[in-house]
Design a protein around this ligand. Structure first.
Ligand code: AP5
Length: 190
């Protein structure tokens, strides 16, 4: 199964993608994790990306698309994948359409996890304390949420217009959210 998970920073994309990976036996591909690995490795790409990520802005479309294409070529993605954090603007959505058409691997479903803004801020503040992720500092979180509203929210309309989008209530405990997503996916498989 090939799935895109959409949702604001802190909506639970990464948490849910790990569970779906285990349940469905597909790859979890997080562009944020791929970028953080480059930063941790101190690569040239990582050094350039770090500054942009620390400001809460989006890394260049060309860099992220190149990284994604390479990742989709690894063997675990052949059985399917969950994209977490991509696409993040309309240009990326169009690039993904073209890439998947070329690979002959169309998406099965796009799931959007909806969580109210105040809950997102609470969750990210909690993670800042627990894990110290640099971009969870309050100023950067504000900017990430602004970027989401301006650039990523329109991506939902792109998929909704084609009847591919399913919105899920992302509030409540993690198990309940997983169950809602699994129900939405069962309807696709049926
Ligand atoms: P990325 O890593 O993708 O960050 P994000 O989209 O901001 O997402 P988060 O990881 O903050 O949240 P999430 O929705 O995955 O929630 P999570 O499960 O972690 O991107 C980081 C940066 O990389 C971007 O800002 C950008 O600079 C760059 N980047 C990445 N992709 C890019 C792209 N395509 N193009 C350009 N640039 C790109 O949960 C959050 C917290 O909430 C956790 O503590 C979790 O335990 C908790 N939580 C989860 N679910 C629940 C629940 N149901 N109840 C209570 N708490 C919960």
């Amino acid at each position: 199964m090939r799935i895109v998970l959409l949702g604001a920073p802190g909506s639970g994309k990464g948490t849910q993608a790990e569970r779906l990976k285990a349940a469905l036996g597909v790859a979890h591909i997080s562009t944020g994790e791929l970028l953080r690995a480059e930063v941790a490795a101190g690569s040239e790409l990582g050094r350039a990306a770090k500054q942009v990520m620390d400001q809460g802005q989006l890394v260049s479309d060309a860099i992220v698309l190149g990284m994604l294409e390479k990742r989709l070529g690894l063997s675990d993605a052949a059985q399917g994948f969950i994209l977490d954090g991509y696409p993040r603007n309309l240009a990326q959505a169009e690039a993904l359409d073209a890439l998947l058409a070329r690979l002959g691997q169309p998406l099965d479903r796009v799931i959007q996890i909806d969580v109210p803004a105040e809950r997102l801020t609470e969750r990210l503040a909690g993670r800042a304390t627990a894990e110290g992720r640099r971009d969870d500092r309050p100023d950067t979180v504000r900017e990430r949420l602004n970027v989401y509203t301006a650039q990523t929210a329109p991506v939902s309309d792109h998929y909704a217009a084609r009847g591919e989008l399913k919105r899920i209530d992302g509030e409540g405990d993690v198990d309940s959210v997983t169950a809602r997503i699994m129900r939405a996916l069962e309807r696709v498989a049926a």
